[in-house]
Design a protein around this ligand. Structure first.
Ligand code: ATP
Length: 217
């Protein structure tokens, strides 16, 4: 079980808080809007009404003891910046912020956010990559640089072992799992002797450009 604090209970913050709570984690939620807080009162460990720009508000709910904070405020960049700085000062170990655009993202990283998401942009990229490429079935950004993609194996790989394909060195990606065409068999963390069969789907992790290159084989 991990402890989270979610600040800002709009669509993004409340969905994240609820999901984390349902997964069995400790979740503190804070919003200055009473209605938003009441909505999550029974779906969080502790729900508090307050202006999270105030250091004392964050201290009082125990923000500094949380393992991870999610700052989910959209428009008000100044508020997100102040809250991130306060969370940092209180010793919060990981701070994830939502941002509206690249400029907001840069500002939040500058004041110490560990990860900044631009949700609309990330969803759009993910959708475009999975719809627009020949073979990606799913595509999940892991960080700005790395992603995990799922796609059908290139035809030229069929019948060959991972060792003989030299995937890590040649393509600079790691194969996390191989699933058979009928979906009945999944090989997790496959080794060099594992062989690719016709119709197999692979889950691969690597740099974005290496994944794009791989699916063009
Ligand atoms: P979403 O797209 O997730 O619905 P949004 O991007 O439109 O949200 P906002 O509506 O600006 O974001 O803010 C989200 C929530 O954050 C709101 O419920 C708002 O009351 C709350 N909020 C904004 N500023 C503060 C603050 N200083 N302290 C506490 N809560 C705040």
């Amino acid at each position: 079980m991990k402890s989270f604090i979610v600040i800002g209970l709009g669509r993004f913050g409340s969905a994240a808080a609820q999901e984390l709570y349902e997964m069995g984690h400790e979740v503190i939620v804070v919003d200055r809007n009473e209605e938003a807080v009441n909505h999550l009162a029974n779906r969080s460990t502790h729900a508090a009404i307050g202006d999270a720009r105030e250091l004392e508000v964050l201290r009082a709910v125990g923000a500094g003891e949380c393992q991870c904070a999610i700052v989910a405020i959209g428009e008000d960049l100044a508020a997100s910046v102040l809250i991130t700085m306060n969370l940092k000062d209180l010793g919060c170990r990981q701070i994830i912020c939502k941002a509206q655009n690249e400029m907001y993202k840069r500002a939040l990283e500058r004041v110490g956010a560990d990860r900044v998401l631009i949700p609309e942009r990330e969803m759009a990229l993910r959708l475009a990559r999975s719809l627009g490429s020949r073979s990606f079935l799913d595509y999940m950004e892991f960080s700005d640089e790395y992603a995990i993609a799922e796609f059908e194996v290139p035809k030229s790989w069929v019948g060959k072992s991972l060792k003989s394909l030299n995937v890590r060195t040649k393509h600079q990606v790691s194969i996390l799992a191989i699933r058979s065409q009928d979906g009945k068999q999944t090989r997790m963390s496959p080794g060099g002797d594992d062989c690719i069969e016709k119709g197999d789907t692979i889950m691969v992790m690597g740099k974005n450009q290496n994944l794009q290159r791989l699916q063009r084989l």
